[in-house]
Write a new protein. Structure first.
Length: 271
């Protein structure tokens, strides 16, 4: 119960990695506000949190909108009475929804697709950090944990917009850590590796249908290929692996850690 009675916000908490993070927080004693663009899945995760004996609240939040981010923080303070931890997890991958579309090469990426990825993955993190900062400064404590990616460590051929935004999240995390340090607020990032979430399922589907080298290969086999080829441990990570890292960074055990980007990737990146 390292986080007993603390209150955490998890954006993109309605499934996948966000659900895993929310459940790990709850099992360590935190009460959780599940923010998500889709309210129904957020409410389902909130119900699971309550089953652990913790309080939970689902809030519909579009992280691209400043007013939504502020409202999420305000509702948390009103309904939960406090805010101790902010986890910015909401994200999109940015691949074409139509597998027959032009490949996501730099000359083919549509401006509106680029804008969507930047608005959710980078601007969304900025807006949520900005919304929580005044409260954390006033109480002179808090934890901000931004979910980046190993793709932010090195560009990815098929995911240029995604990788660029995740590199931006790492840099933004460091900048905010400097600004919040005088107020005893820790700001860190977590860089997941390869995890079977709706995002990775979409990547695998896209590769199996659109990349000639993987023609007639099932999405499951595509996923396994990348796991075996890229991860020294030869196994994927889970949402709970990321949740456990988040719990550590949110706990008192990490009180002297700030401005860091923690790789949780089975050795996929070692820096």
């Amino acid at each position: 119960m390292r986080l007993k009675d603390r209150v955490a916000i998890v954006t993109g908490g309605g499934g996948g990695m966000g659900e895993g993070i929310s459940m790990c927080l709850a099992r360590e004693g935190a009460n959780v506000v599940v923010g998500d663009l889709q309210l129904e899945p957020a409410e389902k995760v909130a119900a699971k949190v309550r089953e652990t004996g913790q309080k939970a609240l689902a809030v519909r939040t579009d992280v691209r909108k400043a007013e939504d981010c502020k409202e999420m923080v305000d509702v948390t303070l009103k309904e939960m009475g406090r805010l101790d931890i902010l986890i910015c997890n909401a994200g999109v991958v940015g691949l074409p929804r139509d597998e027959s579309a032009d490949p996501p090469l730099i000359e083919c990426i549509k401006e509106e697709d680029w804008d969507l990825v930047v608005d959710v993955n980078l601007k969304g993190v900025f807006l949520c950090n900005r919304a929580a900062a005044p409260h954390f400064k006033e109480q002179k404590s808090g934890r901000i944990i931004n979910i980046a990616s190993v793709a932010g460590r090195q560009g990815v051929e098929l995911l240029a917009p995604y990788a660029a935004t995740k590199a931006g999240v790492i840099s933004l995390t460091q900048s905010v850590a400097f600004q919040m340090a005088p107020y005893h607020v820790n700001v860190n990032a977590v860089c997941p590796g390869i995890i079977w979430t709706p995002m990775w399922e979409r990547i695998a589907n896209y590769v199996s249908k659109s990349v000639p080298d993987f023609a007639d290969t099932s999405p499951d086999s595509v996923y396994d290929f990348f796991v075996q080829a890229m991860i020294p441990f030869k196994k994927p990570q889970t949402p709970e692996d990321i949740g456990n890292a988040v719990v550590f960074l949110a706990s008192d055990e990490a009180s002297e850690i700030t401005g860091q980007a923690l790789n949780v990737c089975g050795g996929m990146k070692m820096n």
